[in-house]
Write a protein that binds this ligand. Structure first.
Ligand SMILES: *Cc1c(COP(=O)(O)O)cnc(C)c1O
Length: 494
């Protein structure tokens, strides 16, 4: 006779599990949560774009570790009251700051399903890994990369740029660099003065140092000066250094400038250095037939870094890197750990795994929300959204040109418009106007510095943004500017 083992002090399985005791009640609560977040998105226009959180709310997030449970319904209430109203606001059509995506309800649902599966995309023989490979195949197709190219989901383009530098480093000095480091050769990389800081940070994190990234001057349209790039490479070779990497921009963060990628690619090929493209938001312009031509030459890149969470409208986060030489990518990262041993069958089959292709081991199922998004909307429709944000940028440019109080601060290449309210002490005033706009809840641009001068910067990324949102931005800028600058104090002309 089997006597049930009685362990004193051990909870029953039902009590120990974190699953609900009453699934019906939980289901009702879950549906309320889903409904509330859908309503939030449906009515987003009725909210301020952004608002400062009250001190009392911020104070509430300095509590002690909760050892005892709080009711889920109460947490949900608190989320609605204290978290939801005080985000950065990038889901809102009036958000123009930095380069933030708007997200979609489909992406949100897919993220929820991915969390429900709790799939770990390190690897194993499971279809979720096939879903990631499917997205890699689609991106290979979109960018005209060959079979054998590799790809990987990462947090964002910062991580994707780092991935590219690491694979390029292995291409330059061999994968022995993984055990021996880069002792000996002094590797130098190149990017334009307008490149995102994450390229320099990638050099830092890769142990090469930010000073080994040469910042090449840009032309009047903020594109890399290809002649200056060639000269810099030649000079470094004369000095006995090893040029190994050049990053072209498909959409710079400040102005949206697109480098002449074909020309940068030709220099890279001739000089036998790795040709990387930082296309954080801009690379997905490939989905828009009227814009794809601007990226000509991207198909020759050795690697491309971009985000689905910016122009792709996929909820955060969903960065991606595409690498022409997938075998080299694997040699750059694969590990021999015994617990990661592969087999010909069973759960440990299906090599290579995503953890062989990058520096992360455990990873979420980011691919699922991209797989849903690309299909539920279709690539063509996503391309139209991208194209429309550029049309809205051109509309904003025209509106600025019409207003004597405003001036453009940079050419408009894609979806980013930099402008100023004309006045004396314009740096300080434009910074104030940007903050006034944010605090007004009407529109949320950010600022940047162009040619040494502060500019208000509107990046139009969100699929919800309409012409009327652009009009509200212009009107509010004029009103807030007039309130800050005494009548007659602004002057026309520089
Ligand atoms: C946003 C951006 C990055 C950084 O991407 P993250 O996803 O924020 O890590 C890099 N380069 C450019 C041009 C960007 O716009």
């Amino acid at each position: 006779m089997v006597v049930p083992l009685k362990v004193t002090g051990m909870e029953s399985g039902v009590e120990a599990s974190l699953d609900p005791r009453d699934w019906e009640e939980f289901r009702a609560q879950a549906h309320r949560m889903l409904d509330d977040i859908l309503t939030y998105t449906e009515r987003i226009r009725e909210r301020p774009v952004w608002q400062e959180s009250p001190e009392a709310v911020r104070e509430g997030f300095r509590e002690k570790l909760p050892w005892t449970p709080v009711e889920l319904a109460a947490l949900h209430e608190r989320f609605l009251r204290e978290i939801l109203p005080y985000t950065a606001g990038n889901a809102h059509p009036g958000f123009f700051g930095w380069v933030h995506g708007g997200g979609t309800p489909v992406g949100m649902l897919a993220e929820m399903l991915a969390a429900g599966l709790n799939a770990n995309l390190a690897g194993r023989n499971q279809v979720p890994v096939r879903v990631e490979r499917q997205v890699v195949e689609w991106m290979r197709e979109l960018f005209g990369f060959p079979a054998g190219a590799g790809g990987l989901f990462v947090t964002g383009t910062s991580a994707a740029n780092l991935m590219a530098v690491l694979v390029a480093r292995a291409a330059a000095v061999g994968t022995g660099v993984r055990s021996e480091g880069v002792s000996g050769k002094r590797l130098v990389g190149y990017a334009s003065a307008a490149a995102h800081e994450s390229v320099a940070r990638a050099m830092d994190v890769a142990g090469l140092g930010t000073r080994a990234l040469r910042r090449i001057p840009v032309d009047g349209a903020f594109r890399i000066d290809v002649g200056a790039l060639e000269e810099a490479i030649a000079e470094d070779r004369r000095a006995g250094l090893t040029p190994f990497f050049v990053a072209g921009n498909a959409g710079t963060v400040d102005t949206g400038a697109v480098d002449d990628l074909a020309a940068v690619g030709r220099v890279a090929r001739r000089e036998k250095v790795w040709f990387h493209v930082d296309g954080a938001f801009g690379a997905l312009a490939m989905l828009a037939p009227d814009l794809a031509g601007k990226l000509a030459g991207i198909e020759r890149a050795d690697s491309i870094a971009f985000d689905f969470h910016k122009w792709g409208q996929v909820p955060y986060d969903a960065g991606f890197v595409l690498i022409r030489d997938g075998a080299l990518q694997e040699r750059t990262f694969v590990s021999e750990a015994g617990y990661l041993r592969r087999e010909g069958r069973g759960l440990a089959a299906g090599s290579p795994w995503p953890c062989d292709l990058g520096f992360d081991q455990s990873r979420g199922f980011r691919a699922l929300k991209v797989w849903f998004t690309l299909q539920a909307y279709g690539a063509e429709r996503l391309g139209r959204v991208i194209s429309r944000t550029c049309q809205l940028a051109r509309y904003l440019k025209r509106r600025i040109e019409e207003e004597p109080e405003l001036e453009l601060a940079a050419p408009v290449a894609l979806n980013i418009v930099c402008f100023r309210y004309r006045c004396e002490d314009s740096d300080a005033v434009n910074r104030e106007i940007a903050a006034d706009l944010q605090e007004s809840g009407i529109a949320a641009p950010s600022t940047t510095v162009i040619g040494g001068r502060v500019a208000i910067r509107a990046a139009i990324v969100n699929h919800r943004t309409r012409k009327e949102d652009i009009d509200r931005l212009v009107r509010a800028t004029l009103e807030l500017g007039a309130a800050r600058v005494p009548r007659g104090a602004w002057y026309a002309g520089a």
